[in-house]
Design a protein around this ligand. Structure first.
Ligand SMILES: Cc1ncc(COP(=O)(O)O)c(C=O)c1O
Length: 439
């Protein structure tokens, strides 16, 4: 007899038909207790002279999630002026945000940026142009800046598309340009009191360690005013069984030792900052879809479900794997990839969404071929539950493709209550900004 719960949030399969009945499918599901627990793990990361944890809100920018995370004591890293404004609209003060952006805000957005900085937002300079444009304002308002440095060292991400340290990535002021920017800042009496590097997402923790050494090296050489050193986000989570999660305690212990050695060599006590997104929310999330059709080609058995790439684009974008659980309409768990249950009676199915797109599948290889998933054969009407979808799913998907409406989202609260945190889009929202032009 199989247990009826699965995954890192110990999700009870019996809840799946209940959620589907109340809010329909597809639907996103989050778990407050899981998110709070990951926040606590991060806040308890070993450190030498203080730790500041920011949540990279691009991972999931829903206001309820932002509130859960900030109520636990994390601040935010925002990747656009709009993201900062969005978090502010959720009730979070600008003084709890840093802006790390590729944007070069101009016009109205520039005015907005200035008022955000005046309200306490930390501006993380990510290019020479950004520095030149903010320098005068920073000087006149006695604002200390942060600087994102491109370390010029590859390998920090799980794939080339998530590596932000290589020569093919353009994030931050390149290490080669640092002396120039620093000289310009000195000339104007401006201080970089924070140095920041984010080498990529989900990479080998060893690369994270290497970055600590490299970053402390250039903090020592170029940034005598820095009081905070940010090692960025990118902490790997294990979505699939067999994957290894970043060990926060061990990475923290390493950072602590290095920061203490830095103090011994320089007399300077650096506060440490990190800004994970994935680690906070990825494994808190599931997508609940319903099987709407079955098809057989001469090559593959297919299950067609009512949500695919427009809800979760990571498999198509990166070849990322997400664990699958199959739940019957009566709420019994048929099979779960999280812990490879059961081991017998399994059959291969390509699991695909509703979009007219051959790559609309939950599992693809790096070349974009659909990879079958080993499951117990379900019926039309049963549920396919996709795990590890709390990060870079709702916030990143090509929503509204094929004019499918963005689904709602439900939070399982700490007390076990199920609460709708975002309504499903209504059809009018698909066209609300289109103008009725007759040509
Ligand atoms: C600047 C910056 N910080 C933090 C993150 C969060 O990365 P992760 O979700 O892998 O922790 C990202 C993600 O792309 C980022 O660009």
């Amino acid at each position: 007899m199989m247990m009826n719960y699965f995954g890192p949030t110990k999700l009870d399969a019996a809840l799946i038909p209940k959620i589907a009945q109340q809010w329909g499918t597809p639907v996103y599901l989050h778990d407050q207790a899981y998110i709070e627990n990951s926040c606590e793990q991060l806040l308890n990361m070993p450190n030498a002279y203080g730790l500041h944890v920011r949540y990279a809100m691009k991972a999931n920018s829903d206001r309820t999630i932002l509130r859960v995370v900030t109520n636990k004591g994390l601040d935010l890293d925002c990747s656009s002026v709009d993201e900062a404004a969005r978090a502010h609209a959720a009730g979070i003060p600008y003084s709890r945000m840093m802006l790390t952006t590729q944007e070069v805000p101009a016009g109205e957005e520039r005015a907005e940026l200035e008022s955000m900085i005046q309200a306490g937002l930390k501006y993380n300079v990510c290019s020479m142009t950004q520095f030149q444009l903010i320098a005068g304002f920073a000087k006149n308002n006695s604002v200390d800046l942060s600087i994102r440095v491109h370390p010029g060292a590859a390998g920090g991400g799980e794939s080339a598309t998530r590596d932000t340290g290589s020569e093919y990535s353009c994030f931050g002021v390149h290490l080669n340009d640092v002396p120039k920017v620093k000289a310009m800042a000195d000339e104007q009496g401006l201080r970089f009191n924070q140095v920041h590097v984010h080498i990529g997402s989900g990479g080998d923790p060893e690369k994270w360690r290497e970055n600590i050494d490299r970053e402390l090296g250039f903090v020592k050489s170029y940034f005598p005013d820095a009081t905070t050193v940010s090692f960025g986000g990118g902490l790997k989570v294990a979505r699939m069984p067999g994957e290894k999660q970043a060990d926060i305690a061990s990475l923290g212990a390493y950072a602590k030792q290095r920061v203490e050695e830095f103090k011994a060599a320089t007399g300077r006590e650096l506060r440490m900052e990190i800004e994970p997104g994935t680690f906070v929310v990825a494994n808190s999330g599931h997508i609940i879809t319903r099987i709407i059709d079955k098809k057989l080609t001469n090559g593959m058995n297919f299950l067609i479900v009512d949500g695919g790439m427009e809800l979760l684009t990571r498999p198509l974008l990166y070849g990322s794997e997400h664990p699958i659980a199959i739940v019957r309409q009566d709420g019994t768990l048929l099979s779960s990839e999280y812990d490879q249950r059961p081991t017998a009676g399994l059959k291969e199915f390509g699991i695909v969404g509703r979009c007219c797109e051959s790559g609309d599948s939950v599992r693809l290889d790096k070349e974009g071929n659909i990879v079958p998933v080993l499951i117990v054969e379900p019926e039309i009407g049963d549920f396919v539950v996709i795990g590890g979808t709390g990060a870079y799913s709702e916030s990143m998907s090509p929503e509204n493709y094929n004019s499918h409406r963005k689904p709602g989202a439900v939070m399982k609260t700490k007390s076990g209550e199920l609460v709708l945190i975002r309504k499903k889009q209504v059809r009018e929202q698909l066209v609300q900004n289109e103008l009725d032009v007759k040509l």
